[in-house]
Design a binder for this molecule. Structure first.
Ligand code: ZN
Length: 408
């Protein structure tokens, strides 16, 4: 189908390269992709010459690429009653539960997700169903099960795979790639949600980390690691780690090493400031305390990464669609990032940055000719205030309008 979107201002993260927002713009979409973007009159003429078109007035909205959330779990089950309900789901119920989350996520304007540990390989079934158009959802890049040592972070449920020793971890990487993993997730230290560990507990030996990273890279997959303490992160970065999740306790020198090695950080700032979410799920007191106590050091650590010039990427850890503090978890995290980065760099961290990490920049991440038409529209200017994303009510994925208006 030929579509012409008009009466809008197009903004994307290329503003950081000096590409200004395009006012009075038109976007011509043919099939799944953008055929032209530019001044409305010019684009409209081009589009009309090509044949019959469906025209749509966006009412002066600001249009950006769809958001990308780099730390997502559709089958998340934290300790407590809410998590127990998810753990008790049988395989069919689990798949449908995850599909519901995927649909809600897309409705929020999140058109790409990176899943970093999902239960029982249901993520691969969900990815197939979304790709085939059987269920609505974002484009999924998924890790399958996260690799952990015996008893390591998150070992309690089916979203992890216990491995030990370099041979065990090599086999773990290969087994996830065999099942369809786009990337590898590994837990290299303790975390907030593990009862028998601390955030700073190291969990893998250097030969185990090296085995994970070398094997994944040999197969062309990147590795991201759940990690807290600076020493553990520093050792993994030296071995070629591609991304750090949380990074609760960075030091300036480890942050500099990350920047020098091109290791990205997904700070998931929400996880140490989401008491309301934990209460809703009935998360136990010990975990709540650990989360809130880690908050100040987490923020300090994030500031060190920003200062060192580490690539910062948006990831919520909370389900991306979760209703939280008047918006959804993805937009709330985007606001958290914008507090330090400012709106333009936050937009980068939520769109082009993640897409580059995922190696999908030929198809996604900016509003440019030839890319998939994954677009969202909002009344406010996202370069004035990142909270403009609270106003997303129109979502297009691959040229199909998946949301138009308030109803969700
Ligand atoms: Zn997580």
């Amino acid at each position: 189908m030929n579509q012409l979107l008009g009466n809008c201002t197009v903004v994307d993260a290329r503003v950081l390269d000096g590409v200004p927002p395009q006012k009075d713009a038109g976007i011509w979409v043919t099939g799944e992709r953008i055929a032209a973007v530019g001044p409305y009159a010019k684009v409209a003429q081009q589009a009309r010459r090509a044949g019959p078109i469906a025209e749509r007035d966006l009412g002066g909205a600001f249009v950006t690429p769809g958001l990308a959330n780099m730390h997502t779990h559709f089958s998340l089950s934290l300790p407590g009653k809410g998590g127990d309900r998810v753990k008790e789901l049988g395989p069919h119920d689990l798949a449908l539960y995850m599909a519901d989350g995927a649909r809600r996520t897309l409705d929020c304007g999140v058109t790409t997700v990176r899943n970093v540990a999902e239960k029982d390989h249901a993520d691969f079934a969900l990815r197939r169903a979304i790709t085939a158009g059987r269920v609505p959802g974002p484009r999924m890049f998924t890790a399958g099960r996260a690799l952990v040592c015996t008893g390591g972070h998150g070992h309690e449920s089916g979203d992890t795979l216990e491995c030990d020793g370099p041979i065990g971890f090599r086999q773990g990487v290969r087994s996830q790639i065999k099942a369809g993993a786009d990337l590898i997730k590994v837990m290299i230290s303790g975390g907030i949600a593990g009862e028998h560990e601390g955030i700073s507990t190291p969990q893998l030996f250097a030969d185990e980390m090296a085995a994970v990273i070398e094997t994944a890279h040999a197969w062309g997959r990147k590795v991201t690691a759940h990690a807290g303490p600076a020493e553990v992160i520093g050792a993994a970065v030296a071995l070629g780690l591609d991304c750090v999740e949380h990074g609760y306790q960075l030091t300036p020198s480890v942050a500099r090493a990350m920047a020098a090695n091109g290791t990205a950080l997904v700070p998931t700032l929400l996880v140490t400031r989401c008491k309301e979410f934990f209460d809703e799920l009935g998360v136990p007191e010990w975990m709540q305390c650990r989360s809130l106590d880690a908050g100040p050091r987490h923020l300090e650590s994030f500031a060190m990464a920003v200062e060192a010039g580490v690539e910062i990427l948006l990831g919520s850890d909370m389900p991306p669609f979760w209703s939280f503090e008047g918006t959804n978890a993805t937009v709330r995290e985007l606001e958290n990032l914008a507090e330090s980065l400012g709106p333009a760099r936050a937009l980068h961290a939520a769109t082009r940055g993640p897409i580059r990490w995922l190696g999908a920049e030929r198809d996604l991440g900016t509003v440019e000719e030839g890319k998939y038409a994954d677009l969202i529209a909002m009344p406010g200017d996202p370069l004035e205030d990142a909270s403009a994303f609270r106003g997303v009510r129109w979502v297009m994925k691959g040229g199909a309008i998946v949301r138009d208006g308030d109803d969700k």
